[in-house]
Structures are given as structure tokens and as C-alpha cells.
Design a protein around this ligand. Structure first.
Ligand SMILES: [Mg+2]
Length: 237
């Protein structure tokens, strides 16, 4: 089986890695399954995950780039948008900074390949609207999470990243052997289009914002974040 999982709030608890996270890793490894982290975090975080945890692949930047170990155990990164779109993003970011010299790009934007992020909590409402209008005018895609405005060029979503990964690298797996865990609106493309989707119980805070909900929604304090992932995985295997 393969378990795809969001990272923040799904594999972490209040921003921390707890014992549950390591139990998930041990359980999956011991039973010969695979965990693939699917996160909005930067590509550089994907490198960290691969070098510190027993993972073979991660899908980062909300589905914009896959990073994996090849048959020689070398780390390979594969952007899922074209060079042309990456260049357009880079050029736009320069233009944005020229128009808004104080726009607060996130500290991890330097480690990003297929998107960039803005720390919008450092901006007032009017400025945020202005920047979003500027992106609309320049035909740039963006989404606002609870911490960042992420922006990118080309078609990127967690679902497209997972679909590409399964079709290219894990063709042998059947749909019923593939699961996804998430906790927030940036997991919605998976909830909409991926059959075996599970929301950990802390998703209750934002369920009202979701047009597409996970097929299975866990409940109770015993299913918050990684506890819910661990409970559900152990019930399946
Ligand atoms: Mg999350």
C-alpha cells in the first residue's frame, strides 16, 4: 500500500513532530508499505525529509515538484511544470519586487522552485488586495492559505502531483491500495478527485470552508493529526 499525506497539521501536532509521527514511520516501514509526503512546503524541505526519514519520494510545493531517490540512491528533483513556466515565475517575482519593494516574500522562498510565497500577515488588507489584483493582471495563479499567499505559473495541484507520480513511478498499484490524509483547504484537490481520502479530526475547524470534503472524516481528540493517521493506517493493515 502507499500512503500519501499532507505534512503540517496532518503529520505534525501544533507544529511539532511527536512520537506518533515516528510510530507511523516505523509501522509503514515494518509492514513494507510506503509513505509519500505531499506538502505545500518548499523543495528544500523535500530534501530534508528524504535525508532524515526513511522515505523514497516527496511531492512538494503543493504538487509543483517531485523529489525522489533514484536506483543509485541519488536525490533527483523533477519539476512538474515546464522550464518556460519556471522562467515566467522567476521573471514575475522580480517584477513584483520591483513594483512592491517591501513585499514580504517568505523566508523559504529561496528554496522554492515551482512557486513562491508571501507572508501576508505582515501586510494590510488594502495592500494584499492590490498585490492579488497585480497577479490577476499578470495571469499568475495564487492561493491564500492561513499563513501564505502562494503563487505559481502553470497547472499545479496536490492531485496532479500525486496522479503523475502514481502513473510514472508506481504503476503497479491499484486504486484501493492508495490512501491520502489531509487536514486543510490546500488538500481539497485530493478530497475532490482521489477516492481514498481521509481527513484527520482537526479538519473540523475548516470543514465549512471546503467545497469538497474527504470521503472519510475522523473524529475525536484521539484522531487529531498524526494520531488519526496512525489509527487509520493500523486499522487498514
Ligand atoms: Mg496541512
Amino acid at each position: 500500500m502507499i500512503f500519501f499525506s499532507d505534512f503540517d497539521g496532518t503529520l505534525t501536532t501544533d507544529g511539532e513532530l511527536t512520537r506518533d509521527f515516528f510510530e507511523i514511520m516505523d509501522f509503514i516501514k515494518h509492514h513494507g508499505h510506503e509513505l509519500v509526503i505531499v506538502s505545500g512546503r518548499s523543495l528544500s524541505w523535500g530534501h530534508f525529509f528524504l535525508t532524515h526519514f526513511p522515505l523514497k519520494a516527496c511531492i512538494m510545493e503543493g504538487g509543483g515538484v517531485i523529489v525522489y531517490r533514484d536506483e543509485r540512491n541519488e536525490i533527483v528533483q523533477e519539476p512538474l511544470v515546464s522550464e518556460k513556466e519556471l522562467k515566467r515565475l522567476s521573471d514575475f517575482t522580480t517584477k513584483l519586487q520591483h513594483h512592491y519593494p517591501h513585499v514580504p516574500l517568505s523566508a523559504d522562498s529561496f528554496g522554492r522552485l515551482s512557486d513562491r510565497a508571501i507572508e501576508f500577515h505582515l501586510m494590510d488588507e488594502k495592500w494584499i488586495d492590490e498585490v492579488m489584483q497585480f497577479m490577476d493582471k499578470e495571469d499568475i495563479n495564487y492561493s491564500k492559505s492561513n499563513v501564505h499567499i502562494n503563487f505559481w505559473c502553470g497547472e499545479i495541484s496536490k492531485f496532479l502531483g500525486v496522479k503523475y507520480f502514481l502513473e510514472k513511478y508506481r504503476k503497479e498499484l491499484k486504486a484501493e491500495e492508495c490512501w491520502f490524509f489531509g487536514d486543510a483547504p490546500n488538500d481539497e484537490s485530493m478530497f475532490e478527485l482521489f477516492h481514498n481520502s481521509v481527513g484527520v479530526s482537526n479538519i473540523s475547524h475548516c470543514l465549512h470552508k471546503l467545497k469538497f470534503k474527504p470521503r472519510i472524516i475522523l473524529e475525536g481528540d484521539e484522531n487529531i493529526g498524526p494520531k488519526g493517521v496512525l489509527n487509520h493506517i493500523t486499522s487498514l493493515c
